[in-house]
Design a protein around this ligand. Structure first.
Ligand SMILES: O=C(CO)COP(=O)(O)O
Ligand SMILES: O=C[C@H](O)COP(=O)(O)O
Ligand SMILES: [Zn+2]
Ligand SMILES: [Zn+2]
Length: 312
């Protein structure tokens, strides 16, 4: 099947009590690892491209690689999504350039400006058959090149979500409940805990509406240990406990974003490979196990965390 929007995926995920994985893509090996796992497990999947990914790999290369993945995996629905679009122009360029979904993240702007910009993107997107994810609340960590302190992060105000969703017409909403971007989500020694009360209140206000969780890598400690063992230096890297992601996936959360775990999986394998094979210099030799590590990690998320296997 051709690239799809997330509309049908989210409806099924909402009703079925599971979530669809949204994985960030930056090169061929990442796209292959993710889609081979999703294809074999008959799972719907969202491939998302950040502004940084587009700057790194070029829009056309990424779209064509994703189109190749669609041809190679005809039995699963695949959506191509812009992650953290920060302007109307960037969203328009992706809508015009073949994406089926875009995020406009104006969450760092004042509330009324967030609404106005999101509304503008929604109008253009819907005219072109593309769906829109918006965001309310501020995630801790590094977002939009703004670094937000964990204790200054702003949880989404549930009393705003109906007004926001109604006035913008967005198709899904990313909320802040204590997740954050990157590999250092919680201070060592503190207990990682998402605010499920905030999530439940948002879901109650917007029955049937798909909620999105950003910053949802679990930062598997075996990857961190391998990285540190083979010359890396990532002390105190901590992610979201998978049990809490499972709980979120069963709720109104229909899309769970994972990028850092891809980076960690590849880096761990490549560091080990370099340490064990100092004489090798063919990139295929270390990118092949790195791609396999992405595939294994994604398969684990699909089956053991998201619950979207067999839902294609
Ligand atoms: O939210 C993300 C992409 O938008 C990715 O989050 P992680 O850094 O937790 O993987
Ligand atoms: O949300 C951020 C994603 O992890 C993308 O990160 P990036 O901007 O470094 O590509
Ligand atoms: Zn944001
Ligand atoms: Zn994000």
């Amino acid at each position: 099947m051709p690239l799809v929007t997330t509309t049908e995926m989210f409806k099924k995920a909402y009703d079925g009590g599971y979530a669809v994985g949204a994985f960030n893509v930056n090169n061929m090996e990442i796209i292959q690892g993710i889609t081979e796992a999703a294809g074999e497990l008959k799972a719907p999947v969202i491939l998302q491209v950040s502004k940084g990914a587009r700057a790194y790999a070029n829009h056309t290369y990424l779209v064509k690689l994703v189109e190749a993945a669609v041809i190679e995996n005809p039995e699963i629905p695949i959506a191509l999504h812009l992650d953290h679009g920060d302007s109307f122009e960037l969203c328009k360029s992706c809508i015009d350039g073949g994406f089926t979904s875009v995020m406009i993240d104006a969450s760092s702007k004042p509330y009324e400006e967030n609404i106005a910009l999101t509304r503008k993107v929604v109008e253009y997107a819907h005219d072109h058959g593309v769906v829109v994810e918006a965001e309310l609340g501020t995630l801790a960590g590094v977002e939009d090149e703004v670094s937000v302190d964990a204790d200054k992060a702003m949880y989404t105000h549930p009393e705003e979500v109906v007004d926001f969703a109604t006035r913008t017409g967005c198709d899904s909403l990313a909320i802040a409940i204590g997740t954050s971007h990157g590999a250092y989500k919680f201070k060592p020694g503190t207990k990682p805990q998402l605010r499920f009360d905030v999530l439940e209140e948002c879901a109650k206000q917007l029955p049937g509406f798909p909620i999105v969780l950003h910053g949802s890598s679990s930062v598997p400690q075996e990857f961190v240990a391998e990285i540190n063992k083979y010359g890396g230096n990532m002390p105190g890297a901590i992610g979201i406990p998978e049990e809490q992601l499972r709980q979120a996936a069963r709720s109104a959360v229909c899309k769970i974003n994972i990028d850092s775990d891809i980076r960690l999986a590849m880096t761990a394998v490549i560091r080990k490979y370099f340490a064990e094979h100092p004489d090798h210099f063919d990139p295929r030799q270390y990118l092949k196990p790195a791609r396999q590590a992405v595939k294994d990690m994604v398969a684990h998320k699909i089956v053991d965390v998201l619950g979207c296997n067999g839902k294609a």
